[in-house]
Design a protein around this ligand. Structure first.
Ligand code: MSK
Length: 638
């Protein structure tokens, strides 16, 4: 196999340039006595070896118990394998609960929609389509009556006493049979989280196989349950994404404007902030304070949400959240839930920035709390925008430095949008529109070798963004199309890889496809809940090709992951039949048995036809992914 390296023909922004900008911002931070994650990493290193290996148990108060050669069992007698597997399941349950609760909030928002209200149905066709899938009558129904009925039905998915998740019907038959046979079909979403906590309570499961099976099931209840509800009903509420141009990196902040940064995950908040920032009354107020206008930009997954529906610029990803404050030009950072550094509180106090928390789920010291809910959404969004605008006069010009780094990006490739793009290139062999068949044709013929779904966060254990960017460059140079979401997507955007111009970095086959279909080689599919879109795409590719999901030359990758949600995601991606490659260890190396179950040939692979590879060397991680894709091609005889 001849693995190519990327020929740099377009001007990408390099990680070195990101770092130089960060260093300059940290100088400002030092002047005002600000703390930074870079410093806190130093304070926390080296990390606890027991924690890193997953061999510390503090599930009851007899311990904490730590496993060593001299003390091979905890006080209750649990061995290292049981302890590691229990910790792994608890990690998964945390992630599944978090994503799914986000989905639940979206369902509640859907329940509150009304004609002319704060929230309305923007994609009625999608709502009807899902209703059809769920066997709910749509004929002659008022769209808001249907929205309320669907919201209630979706909310029941969280706690229904019997049956499995409704969205499982989207999976190919073969996948569903595997889930059934393995005993991992997810039932009610809350039940899987709850059962995971029960199984890991003192005196319950210590059998690794049972704990890993439940990890897959809890993951599936997220990916094919809670996250899928979050994605699908966000589309119904705020519109299904379609390709839209935007810009990315810290240079999207504007020196002469009021900068409001939205950060977190739930579009119910950010959509309202975007709306009220366009209010002529607010713009006039900004001008009266000496600003040229109001500039909204995003961080983390909220950035993905507002970019793909409104073209709002993306200031940065997870490890850049402190940087937006360090520019000295951030009037307010407005957050909802997940991935928000508590550090933003004390940091904002070193500048004029208002740190505004809005959810009872994410309360933090040193913040202004404005409780945001569906009933008061408009009123409170206006209050938040006003607070930011009025804060413009408090800016200290001597502290303002906005790095001049900005790249063009095209974002918003939902499954629906991808199919629409593919319709443009339907050829004589493929005469059906609205399918993935043209993509399958390209893979089948070898014009594209395969696909990588790259997702996840940043993690200081990996030089930030390097793994994402280097992997993407090498993959596209080898004619492998990349689909991205979450903070991986923003790494791509910041570097310039979501620009259509990035086709010049591709191998010949992928470049031709990008030209024909008019797409970038790295396709933005949304935020971290939107990895459910990738599952739907994989399921559709399987149905359209006749290949099982595990046979498709497709792998998943999270090279810089850090959160519990990422572990839940990994479990549902693997359980869906997609081999998954991690660049950070999931605290399991303390148990050979658990490692073998997750990464070996006879654990999860026997149940769901896919497994994990953990490889901390990024070069090797890339080569292993390419090798796996090529092996799948050989197995298919293509
Ligand atoms: S925000 S979970 S750091 S992708 Fe979804 Fe980014 Fe990871 Fe949070």
């Amino acid at each position: 196999m001849d693995i190519k390296t990327c020929k740099e023909c377009m001007q990408l922004t390099s990680v070195e340039e990101f770092e130089a900008a960060t260093n300059r911002l940290l100088e400002t931070g030092a002047k005002v006595g600000a703390d930074s994650w870079q410093q806190r990493v130093k304070n926390q290193t080296p990390h606890c070896k027991f924690g890193e290996e997953g061999i510390c148990c503090r599930i009851c108060s007899m311990g904490p118990c730590r496993i060593t050669p001299k003390a091979p069992r905890g006080i209750c007698g649990c061995d290292v394998h049981g302890i590691v597997a229990r910790n792994y399941l608890r990690f998964t349950a945390g992630g599944s609960a978090t994503h799914s609760d986000h989905g639940r909030e979206i369902c509640h928002t859907l329940y509150q929609t009304r004609e002319g209200g704060n929230y309305q149905v923007k994609d009625p066709e999608k709502l009807k389509r899902i209703a059809g899938e769920w066997g709910i009558e749509t004929e002659g129904k008022d769209i808001y009556d249907l929205a309320h009925e669907m919201a209630e039905t979706a909310l029941m998915e969280y706690g229904k006493p019997f049956g499995v998740q409704r969205f499982l019907s989207r999976a190919p038959e073969h996948t569903r049979e595997l889930w059934k046979k393995a005993g991992i079909e997810p039932r009610a979403i809350d039940r899987e989280v709850s059962q995971s906590m029960h199984m890991t309570h003192m005196g319950c499961s210590s059998l690794p196989e049972a704990l890993i099976r439940q990890s897959l099931r809890a993951g599936l209840s997220d990916g094919w349950g809670g996250s899928m509800c979050g994605t699908e009903f966000s589309d119904v509420l705020f519109g299904t994404p379609k390709p839209i141009d935007t810009t990315a990196n810290l240079g999207v902040m504007e020196k002469d404007m009021v900068n409001i940064v939205v950060h977190g995950h739930d579009p119910s908040l950010s959509e309202m902030i975007v709306l009220y920032a366009q209010d002529p009354e607010m713009i006039a107020l900004a001008k009266s304070k000496g600003a040229k206008g109001i500039n909204i930009c995003g961080v983390c997954c909220t950035a993905n949400e507002v970019a793909m529906r409104h073209g709002i610029p993306m200031a940065g990803n997870f490890l850049q959240q402190e940087n937006v404050v360090l520019t000295g030009a951030c009037e307010a950072i407005v957050v909802d839930v997940q991935c928000i550094f508590p550090a933003l509180g004390p940091l904002s106090k070193c500048f004029h920035t208002k740190f505004i928390t809005t959810s009872e789920i994410a309360r933090m010291p040193d913040s202004d709390f404005i409780h945001f809910n569906v009933e008061n959404a408009g009123e409170n969004a206006k209050a938040i925008v006003k607070m930011a605008v009025e804060n413009f006069v408090n800016r200290k010009p001597e502290l303002v430095y906005i790095p001049e780094m900005k790249q063009d990006a095209t974002v918003g490739y939902s499954v629906e949008a991808i199919k629409k793009c593919l319709d443009r290139v339907t050829n004589t062999h493929v005469d059906v529109t609205g399918t993935t068949k043209p993509l399958i044709e390209c893979i089948d013929s070898g014009v594209i070798r395969g696909a990588v779904a790259m997702v996840g966060c940043n993690n200081p254990k990996v030089r930030p963004d390097t793994a994402h960017i280097e992997l993407m460059k090498k993959l596209i140079a080898n004619d492998i199309i990349v689909i991205v979401s979450g903070c991986a997507a923003q790494a791509a955007a910041k570097a310039g890889l979501l620009s259509k111009k990035a086709k010049t970095l591709c191998g010949e086959g992928l470049r031709r496809v990008c030209e024909l279909v008019d797409i970038p080689p790295v396709l933005h599919m949304g935020s971290c809940v939107d990895i459910s879109r990738m599952m739907v795409l994989a399921a559709d590719c399987s149905k359209d090709s006749g290949w099982n999901i595990s046979q498709i030359p497709l792998v998943g990758c999270a090279p810089e992951w850090m959160s519990e949600k990422a572990v839940s995601i990994g479990n549902y991606v693997v359980a869906t039949g997609i081999d998954t490659f991690l660049g950070v260890d999931p605290y399991t190396k303390g148990s050979e048995e658990v490692t073998a179950l997750l990464q070996g040939e006879h654990g999860v692979k026997d149940w769901v036809e896919a497994n994990y590879t953990v490889e901390l060397d990024i070069e090797k991680l890339c080569d292993k992914m390419i090798q796996r894709i090529e092996e799948k091609r050989v197995a298919l005889g293509i």
